[in-house]
Write a protein that binds this ligand. Structure first.
Ligand code: PLP
Length: 465
């Protein structure tokens, strides 16, 4: 579909398409996100972090100004009030995800939640850990817990042409480990790089074959409905700032109640035990979320989670899904129509072309007329000058980058031979700067004009270069 005539460098005079819900989200922008407009800031890094609405700050600050809140879990009034607010937020999280069968453990972020599973899953020589080539490093890192305890780990393939799962390969993989006692499969409900939504059907499929499932929902839940009464992974990890921007420093691990005792916590800390003796070196761990909440909770910020979830509920997660899908389609079409005069495309976009099962993310590189990739860092520097916040690099997801840039196994073997290759610049030099990409991700405060500004930025700086 054609939106503007981008074949010659020209200002778009009129959009032929209006993105769905444009007036609703424009109004929301003016009311809650006007700071972006005042600065003329085009924010396109929602997978990096969501943005908070002004009302969230106001409500939270009013709460803090009006209450006396003390360290929870005591009977004094300041403590009781904190406990009440923390538990309200916990219940709000469970309600938001229809998670009656789960307990909610507050963590520092998604990585903190993933680490609990990595550290506590019963890995041993009779266990295995399987994951996708498309995973965030906070999931990849769990393999280190597995190997230290002599468990095996396996990567399942991602198809280069559309960055989706190799379904045949995965199905076969699930059937291959009948004799293994503890099998953990981890995958992202949405890729933090390509935006591809990996099918949630694999949760049931894997469980039926005896696997435990760790769903990394960090990139998925900000713009998609996760209904845990329908899809029931053993464990779910997420960060709240990705959903509603504020506060940072909080996430959660949702543990399906019947999997609570599958995890084996290797130590204890303040707040996680019901009884400890030093004379006998004995302890009993708490039988609830407290088991995993080491030390004092962030009791001043946790109440802001309920405020954030209420804000999202007020818009409706289904409307947000529809909106980002439309925004992405608009941007994808416009970006793929920008051509050099010799007919070559200016953007090499990675991933699916069909707009199905994909979040509000586009990953691409800018290509010269002669077919050279312009190093992503140069594009980011130019974008910075125009107050466009985008993200570049490998996005903590080396698997997708190795696939997109066709990095060979032999080249990687060579690279890791030299133990002095420890910083990013060495790595980029070694790979002749053929790594990385540019990521645009849209969200609730993205408007059509923001995408048009970005498109103009690409045309102005890179068409016919
Ligand atoms: C899919 C995915 N998983 C995990 C993480 C880690 O989240 P955090 O840095 O909040 O711990 C991210 C962050 O971008 C992510 O996108």
């Amino acid at each position: 579909m054609s939106f503007f005539n981008f074949s010659k460098r020209q200002e778009p005079t009129e959009a032929l398409v209006q993105i769905k819900h444009e007036s609703y989200f424009n109004e929301l922008f003016n009311k809650e996100f006007s700071r972006l407009g005042k600065q003329k800031h085009v924010y396109l890094d929602y997978t990096g972090g969501g943005l908070y609405a002004t009302i969230q700050l106001r409500k939270h600050h009013e709460m803090l100004e009006s209450l006396v809140l003390g360290n929870p879990h005591s009977s004094n009034p300041s403590s009781k009030k904190s406990t009440e607010l923390v538990e309200e937020s916990r219940q709000a999280v469970l309600d938001f995800f229809n998670a009656d069968d789960y307990c909610c453990v507050f963590t520092q972020n998604a990585s903190g939640a993933l680490k609990i599973v990595g550290e506590c899953y019963p890995f041993n020589e009779d266990a295995c850990f399987s994951l996708l080539m498309d995973n965030h490093n906070s999931v990849n890192g769990i393999r280190e817990f597995a190997v230290r305890k002599n468990a095996k780990f396996y990567y399942c393939n991602i198809l280069k042409d559309n960055l989706r799962l190799d379904e045949d390969c995965l199905a076969e993989h699930f059937d291959q480990h009948d004799d293994v006692k503890n099998k953990l499969f981890a995958y992202p409900a949405q890729s933090n790089v390509s935006g591809v939504k990996h099918d949630l059907k694999w949760v049931k499929y894997a469980e039926e074959r005896g696997w435990d499932i760790l769903l990394d929902a960090a990139a998925f839940v900000p713009t998609s409905k996760l209904d845990l009464s329908q899809v029931k992974p053993s464990f779910v990890a997420m960060s709240f700032y990705k959903i509603f921007g504020y506060p940072t420093g909080l996430g959660c691990l949702l543990i399906r109640k019947d999997k609570f005792h599958k995890l084996e916590k290797p130590w204890f800390a303040g707040g996680t035990v019901s009884m400890v003796s030093n004379t006998k070196s004995k302890h009993f761990l708490a039988e609830s979320n407290e088991r995993y909440e080491d030390g004092t909770l962030n009791y001043l910020d946790i109440p802001a989670i309920k405020i954030g979830l209420d804000f999202i509920k007020g818009i409706g997660i289904e409307k947000i899904t529809e909106r980002v899908t439309e925004l992405r389609k608009y941007l994808y079409n416009a970006l793929s129509e920008i051509k050099h005069d010799n007919g070559n495309a200016v953007a090499r976009i990675y991933g699916p072309t069909d707009h199905q099962n994909i979040g509000g993310t586009i990953i691409f590189n800018v290509i010269t007329q002669g077919g050279e990739t312009i190093f992503f860092d140069e594009v980011e520097k130019e974008a910075n000058k125009e107050l466009i916040s985008l993200r570049t690099g490998c996005f903590c997801n080396p698997g997708i980058d190795e696939i997109n840039n066709e990095v060979s196994s032999a080249k990687l073997t060579d690279f890791y031979k030299d133990q002095s290759n420890v910083n990013m610049n060495d790595a980029l030099n070694f790979f002749d700067f053929q790594r990385g990409a540019i990521r645009i991700s849209v969200g609730i405060a993205t408007r059509q004009v923001d995408l048009d500004k970005f498109i103009q930025f690409i045309i102005k700086n890179y068409q016919n270069k």
